[in-house]
Ligand binder design. Structure first.
Ligand code: NDP
Length: 497
C-alpha cells in the first residue's frame, strides 16, 4: 500500500517539538515543562510531542479568559464584528482543509474520505452557521400587568466557559463547542482529548490568524484527571460544556458544585435501530451498516442495537454480515480505507473485552470479532463485528461498546419493540426503517430519544438541535436551541411614571 502524506507531515505545525498550548494569545510550553506523545492509531507510532497542561496552566488560561471577557476589545466588538470573525475562521478552515483532514486522520485514525468529505467541511459550516447568530440574539418586550412599566429582557453571554471534548470527532467537537460560545460573546478554555489534540491546536492557530482578540480562546491539551478536572472545578469558570462518557459526565457535575457553574452534558448512548418488514430492506441494510460502522462505531449515536422484525431477521442479518465482512480495513490515510483503527490501545482493549463478554454470555458472532493480522497488526484495528443470538439483558446489549460491534435482536410487535428500545439508561438517538407512515409517527412519538432518524441514520446539521434524553445528557447543541446554553437572560424594569 502506498500512502501519500503530503501537507500535514510537512507542515510547520506538526514539526514543532513540542506543540505548544494557547494561553492569552501566546503559544507557550506547560508550566511544568511536561509533554505527552500523541500516537497514530493506524501504526502505533508517535506523531508528535504535545505540551501537557495541568492545573497551573488551567489557572493561567482562566485568568486570561476572564480578562478578555471583562475588558479589552472582545466585549466592545459589535455583534456584526463577532460574526465576521467566525466567518473568517470558516474561510481559513476551508483554505487549510487538506492539512486539517490529514491531521485529523493521522491523529484519530478515521478514514481520510470522511475527514475530507465530512469532518472538515462540517466544521467550516458550523462556524458559518453561528456567525449568522451573532447578530440575532434578541431579547423580548414583556407585557407585564403593572401600570407604567416598560419591561424587557437582554440576552447576555454566560462568561468564562470551559469546554471538554472527546476524541471521536476532534475538530467537529471543537466547532460544536466554540462556535455558539463565541457567537454569544463568551470567552473559552478548550481542553481537547489527550488522544487527539492536534486539530484543535491547529484550529487555535487559525483562530489567532482570523484576528480573535487574545484570551478569547485558550486551548490546553492535557489529561482529563488533571487539566480536565481542574477546569471543571475552577471557581472562576461560569459554565462547563462537556461531551464524553456518562461516567465522566457525573464527575463534571460533582466538580461544578463549588460555584454552582452551569453545566451541559452530551454523553453516551446505546441507540436502537429498528427495521420493520415493510422497509426497503436493501436500503435498510446499508443504513444499518452506516449506523454502526461509521467512524469505527466510535459515535455516541451509533446504532448498536439492531432490532429486526422476525419475518425478515435472517435476510437482514445475512445481508449485514456479508457487507461487514467485505469492508476494507486499512490505515486511515489510505483513500481506499472504509474502516480505520480504533483511537487507542485502551479503546481496542475495551472493545475486545466486550466481544469476549458477549461470547461468554452466549451470543455468537456471524462475522468479525477478531483483530486483523499482517500489515495492520501494529495498529489498533478490530474487524466489523455482528452478534446474533443475543438477549436484551446481556452486557453487549446494554452497555455502550463504542466500537464496530452491533447486536442483532429479533422482534414481533410494534409495542414490544418500542418498549424494548426504551429499556435503556440512555436516550440519545434512534433509527426507524419502514414505508408505513403510521408506524413512522407512532415510533417517533414513543421512542425516548433526543433524535429520531427515519429511513436514514447519523444525519447532523448545524441548524438541527442535538442532545440526549435520560443519562445521555442534558442541554442541546446546534440550532437555536444551543443559544440558551451560552446566554443568560436579564430582565429590566423601567418605571415610566
Ligand atoms: P471520557 O469521557 O473519559 O473523555 C472525554 C473527555 O473528558 C476527554 O477530554 C477527557 O480527557 C476528559 N476527562 C476525563 N476524565 C475527566 C475528569 N475527571 N474531569 C474532566 N474531564 C475529564 O472518555 P474516554 O476517552 O475515557 O472513553 C471512554 C468511553 O466513553 C468510550 O468507550 C465511550 O463509551 C465513551 N465516550 C463517549 C463519547 C461521546 O461522544 N458521547 C466520546 C468519547 C467517549 P482525556 O482524554 O485527556 O482523559
Amino acid at each position: 500500500m502506498t500512502v501519500n502524506i503530503t501537507e500535514s507531515a510537512q507542515s510547520a505545525f506538526i514539526q514543532q517539538q513540542p506543540i505548544k498550548m494557547l494561553i492569552g494569545g501566546q503559544w507557550v510550553e506547560s508550566a511544568s515543562g511536561k509533554t505527552f506523545d500523541t500516537i497514530n492509531p493506524s501504526t502505533g507510532s508517535v506523531l508528535a510531542k504535545v505540551a501537557e497542561g495541568d492545573s497551573e496552566d488551567i489557572n493561567r488560561a482562566v485568568a486570561a479568559a476572564r480578562k478578555a471577557f471583562e475588558s479589552g476589545p472582545w466585549p466592545k466588538l459589535t455583534p456584526s464584528q463577532r460574526g465576521r470573525l467566525l466567518w473568517k475562521l470558516a474561510d481559513l478552515i476551508e483554505q487549510h482543509a487538506e492539512e486539517l483532514a490529514q491531521l485529523e486522520t493521522l491523529d484519530n485514525g478515521k478514514p481520510i474520505r470522511y475527514s475530507r468529505g465530512g469532518d472538515v467541511p462540517l466544521t467550516a459550516d458550523h462556524f458559518r452557521y453561528f456567525a449568522g447568530w451573532a447578530t440575532k440574539l434578541e431579547g423580548d418586550t414583556i407585557p407585564v400587568s403593572i401600570p407604567n412599566m416598560l419591561t424587557y429582557t437582554l440576552r447576555e453571554p454566560v462568561g468564562v466557559v470551559g469546554q471538554i471534548i472527546p476524541w471521536n470527532f476532534p475538530l467537529q467537537m471543537a466547532s460544536w463547542k466554540l462556535a455558539p460560545a463565541l457567537a454569544c460573546g463568551n470567552t473559552v478554555i478548550l481542553k481537547p482529548a489527550e488522544q487527539t489534540p492536534l486539530t484543535a491546536l491547529r484550529l487555535g492557530e487559525l483562530i489567532c490568524e482570523a484576528g480573535f482578540p487574545e484570551g478569547v480562546v485558550n486551548i490546553i491539551p492535557g489529561f482529563g484527571e488533571t487539566a480536565g478536572a481542574a477546569l471543571a472545578a475552577h471557581l472562576d469558570v461560569d459554565k462547563i460544556a462537556f461531551t464524553g462518557s456518562t461516567e465522566v459526565g457525573r464527575k463534571i457535575l460533582h466538580a461544578s458544585e463549588g460555584n454552582l457553574k452551569k453545566v451541559t452534558l452530551e454523553l453516551g448512548g446505546k441507540s436502537p435501530n429498528i427495521i420493520f418488514p415493510d422497509a426497503d430492506l436493501k436500503y435498510a441494510v446499508r443504513g444499518a451498516m452506516n449506523a454502526i460502522f461509521f467512524n469505527q462505531g466510535q459515535v455516541c449515536t451509533a446504532g448498536s442495537r439492531l432490532f429486526v422484525h422476525a419475518s425478515v431477521y435472517d435476510q437482514v442479518v445475512s445481508g449485514l454480515t456479508g457487507a461487514a465482512s467485505k469492508m476494507k480495513l486499512g490505515q486511515g490515510i489510505d483513500p481506499a480505507t472504509e474502516l480505520g483503527p480504533l483511537v487507542s490501545h485502551e479503546q481496542l482493549e475495551r472493545v475486545t473485552s466486550y466481544i469476549a463478554t458477549g461470547k461468554r454470555e452466549g451470543a455468537a458472532t456471524t462475522t468479525g470479532g477478531e483483530r486483523p493480522g499482517d500489515e495492520l497488526a501494529q495498529g489498533y484495528f478490530m474487524q466489523p463485528t455482528v452478534f446474533d443470538q443475543v438477549r436484551d439483558d446481556m452486557t453487549i446489549a446494554r452497555e455502550e461498546i463504542f466500537g464496530p460491534v452491533v447486536v442483532a435482536l429479533p422482534f414481533e410487535e410494534i409495542e414490544e419493540v418500542a418498549a424494548r428500545a426504551n429499556s435503556s439508561i440512555y436516550g440519545l438517538a434512534a433509527g426507524v426503517w419502514t414505508s408505513d407512515v403510521k408506524k413512522v409517527h407512532k415510533m417517533a412519538a414513543s421512542l425516548k430519544a433526543g433524535v429520531i432518524w427515519v429511513n436514514t441514520y447519523n444525519q447532523f446539521d448545524a441548524a438541527a438541535p442535538f442532545g440526549g434524553y435520560k443519562q445521555s445528557g442534558y442541554g442541546r447543541e446546534m440550532g437555536h436551541a444551543v443559544l440558551d446554553a451560552y446566554t443568560q437572560t436579564k430582565t429590566v424594569w423601567v418605571n415610566l411614571r
